[in-house]
Structure formats: C-alpha cells, structure tokens
Write a protein that binds this ligand. Structure first.
Ligand code: NAD
Length: 361
C-alpha cells in the first residue's frame, strides 16, 4: 500500500525546502521498504498567479485524495496588497484546516545539543542536553470561535465581546491526542488551564482528569497558564507534552519556540481524528532569502518526520529522520541562519544540507 501525500510547496523558500523534504522521503522509502505516492499542487501566491485563487479546486482534489498534506510556506511582497481575506496565508491555510477538521495542532520545540547557543536561555538553566517539548494545542474551538463575538453598542457605549466555550467532547479528543503523543515520548502531560477563574477551564481540568484514567502509565500535572509561562523559562526540562486550549496554546507554543532560538528548525502538524494531517514548518516564505539556496530545510524535513509518525504510524522512520538531522548538526554542518563561524562549523546551502540529512538515514 502506498501512502498518499499532497505536496504543496507554495511560495518563496517553501519551494526550496520542500525539494529537500522529498529527497529525504525518497531515502526513507528505500531504506524502510515503504511506498509513497506524491501529487504536487499549487497553493498560496503561486496559485493566485495561475488560478486567481489561493486554494484552487485542483488543489482541493489533490488534498482530498491524500492521506497527508505537506505544505511549504505561502505569501510574499507580491501579494501583500490584496484584501485581507484574499491574502495567501489566510486564503490557503485556514480553508485547509477547516475542510479537514484539523483540530489538533502539534508543535515541538526542540533545542538540539549542537544548537544550544541559539537559545536565549542561560547555560545554567539549559544544561548541555537541550530540551524537547511538544505543545499540543486545540485549534478549532475556544475563545477564537465562541459566540457571541463582536463589538456592540449598549447605552451609547461600545463593548467588545469574545466567548470562551469548550464542550466536553472537544476537550476529550484533544486530551487523547496529548496522552497518545506522550505515550510515544517521555510519558508526561502538563495540562494548562485557568481553572481558578474560568468556568470553561474548570470543565477542561475535569475532562482531562477523566481522560487520564485511561492512560495509567502517563503522569498528568495541571498548571495555571500564568505559572506555565514562567516555568517554561525557569525550567523547561520539567515539560514533555504541554496540552492547552486554543488561546493559551497559541501563546505558549510561541514562547516555547522562542526558547529554541532558531525558526528554521521548527516543524508543526495539524491533525484530525482520522489522522489526516497538514505538516508544515513554522516559518514563512522568507522572501529576503528566497532563491539563494540559503534556507534551512530542517523545519520542513522535521515536519515530514512528524507526518511519518502521526499520519502513517511509521515511528522508526520518523526517529531515523530526526536522528539524521541531529547527526548532521553534530558533524558541524550549518545553513546560514545557524552559522556562527565557530571552529568546527561548516557552512552549507539548502540542497547540501538536504543531501547530507538524506545520506544519514
Ligand atoms: P518568515 O518566517 O518568512 O521569515 C522571518 C525571518 O526568518 C526572515 O529573516 C527569514 O529569512 C528567516 N527565516 C525563516 N525561515 C527560514 C529558514 N528556513 N531558513 C533560514 N532563515 C529563515 O516570516 P516573515 O518574514 O514575517 O514573513 C514572510 C512571508 O511569509 C509573509 O508573506 C508572511 O505572510 C508569510 N508567512 C507565511 C507563513 C505560512 O505559510 N505558514 C507563516 C509565516 C509567515
């Protein structure tokens, strides 16, 4: 059976980093005896240019067909003056998330030992082993979508309203994703809430506790969001999987990402109940370095590794890709964004970085 993959390179460096991820997947196919079927389609600015639509019908068909979607990046100065709803990011990413009900957003924040100096954290805090945290964020509910929502007039005064709603089934399904992920890692879940002041978060804590009963080998702890924000900086090592609702997850995943210090290294996944997923680097299309063979392909390659793990259950292959990235970094190879000029570092371009990672698998 072939795993079906929609390949959406998009714009700018999206195209360059996607090429390297495909190189790595080809290698995975031959090393692990699995078969991938790829179909490429236009997305974002490239699709606007060709089809006047950031997510055209042909691309929808390819995504419907696929088991998983690999997404590069979209956007750039050429499309910046379009109305907000036609902007490549908004008109491409949001409809994909909605079409496939991608309710679980997974964002690892990993500091590889070879890149410890990129982290803004002090050495005393970080130690010499780096850290590896996975933020599991609920993506389709919570205060960003609850109604009533809007700015209303009342007695001649304006009031802004957003509504925080979580249904028990929404909490339950995202909690399951976090517990399952923790089972493949260090077996710890830190659930984030604000149960001291918010009713929806009292329910959150309650449902997470119920779900935890089905996972007796996973250690669960609860953090109030303000404390979690501090603890991430004070001692990131205490975290394995962080489970959070939409808004708290939005904020904490960016905080955790910042602690790694290198945007070119950060992958992400958004998945639904049937394990269909969208896999994309956290970074954008980087127009400032596009076309120069200078982009770091690691975030895209690590996103492909997440696809192997979460959509295809190919854990060994996923680990092999992650290990290959780590080995190449340990050997000193650095793209421009990571290069500091220190002894032992070797500056390489996008394609050479991809070649080396593929070779190590
Ligand atoms: P960006 O992530 O594209 O770039 C920020 C900075 O990081 C730039 O200096 C860039 O050169 C650098 N950088 C990013 N990825 C890198 C990589 N892999 N290797 C080396 N350096 C890298 O963010 P931006 O500049 O704010 O946005 C540029 C365009 O991308 C905009 O049009 C924006 O809307 C779009 N964008 C798209 C996505 C997405 O597709 N999901 C996400 C963010 C931004």
């Amino acid at each position: 059976m072939a795993y079906k993959i929609a390949v959406l390179p998009g714009d700018g460096i999206g195209v360059e980093v996607m090429r390297e991820a495909l190189k790595v997947l080809d290698r995975v196919a031959s090393k692990f005896g699995v078969e991938f079927e790829f179909k490429e389609a236009l997305i974002g600015g490239a699709a606007i240019d060709a089809k006047q639509d950031a997510f055209p019908d042909e691309t929808k068909e390819v995504c419907d067909w696929a088991d998983a979607i690999l997404f590069g990046a979209v956007g750039g100065p050429k499309w910046e003056n379009l109305p907000p709803e036609k902007q490549p990011e908004r008109a491409a990413l949001l409809p994909i998330r909605k079409r496939y009900g991608l309710f679980a957003n997974l964002r690892p924040a990993i500091v590889f030992p070879a890149l410890i100096e990129a982290s803004p954290l002090k050495k005393e805090i970080l130690g010499d082993k780096g850290f590896d945290i996975l933020v599991v964020r609920e993506l389709t509910g919570g205060i960003y979508f609850g109604t009533p929502k809007g700015i209303f007039e009342e007695d001649g005064k304006r009031k802004g309203i957003d509504t925080l709603i979580y249904y028990d089934w929404e909490i339950e399904r995202i909690a399951r994703v976090a517990f399952e992920a923790a089972g493949k890692r260090r077996k710890k879940v830190a659930s984030i809430d604000k149960a001291n002041v918010l009713n929806a978060m009292v329910l959150w804590r309650d449902v997470v506790n119920e779900v935890a009963k089905g996972y007796p080998d996973i250690e669960l702890s609860h953090y109030l969001v303000d404390n979690a924000a501090m603890q991430l900086i004070r001692n990131p090592h205490q975290f394995d999987v962080i489970l959070a609702g939409n808004m708290f997850g939005d904020i904490l995943s960016d905080e955790a990402a910042m602690l790694t210090g290198s945007i070119g290294m950060l992958p992400s996944a958004s998945v639904n109940e049937s394990k269909k997923g969208l896999y994309e680097p956290v970074h954008g299309s980087a127009p400032d370095i596009a076309g120069q063979n200078a982009a770091n392909p690691c975030a895209m390659i690590l996103s492909a590794a997440m696809m192997l793990r979460y959509s295809f259950d190919l854990e060994d292959a996923a680990k092999a890709v992650e290990k290959a990235v780590e080995s190449v970094l340990n050997e000193g190879f650095r793209t421009k964004d990571l290069y500091t000029g220190k002894e032992g570092e070797i500056l390489v371009g996008t394609s050479e970085m991809g070649d080396r990672i593929a070779e190590r698998i």
